[in-house]
Unconditional design. Structure first.
Length: 104
């Protein structure tokens, strides 16, 4: 399992996609799936069209309006990639407000 927030969330999903032999699942909280801002936005979403990554759980806050569209498009792509096996399934959770770790 690999996990990350923001750009780390994008990196976690990418790492799990590239190295399924190392990571059986990925968790992304408020992933920066819009990246990069430029001629090829949402690069990872296009990358995932080739192969199904391992299991992925995506979390995005209901107030994170800039992240909701890119996350939804990535979730749709995960559903399209590969056969309907456990390795190509993704779950999405929308949390109230913004996604954050609980304080200790």
């Amino acid at each position: 399992m690999i996990a990350g927030q923001s750009f780390g969330g994008l990196a976690a999903v990418h790492a799990a996609h590239r190295r399924p032999d190392r990571f059986a699942a990925a968790l992304s909280q408020s992933g920066s799936f819009w990246w990069p801002n430029g001629p090829e936005p949402e690069w990872l979403t296009g990358e995932l069209s080739r192969d199904a990554p391992p299991r992925v759980h995506l979390q995005v806050g209901t107030l994170e309006w800039a992240l909701r569209g890119p996350t939804a498009r990535l979730r749709e792509r995960l559903g399209e990639a590969g056969p309907s096996t456990p390795s190509s399934r993704a779950a999405t959770t929308a949390t109230a407000g913004a996604t954050s770790w609980p304080r200790a």
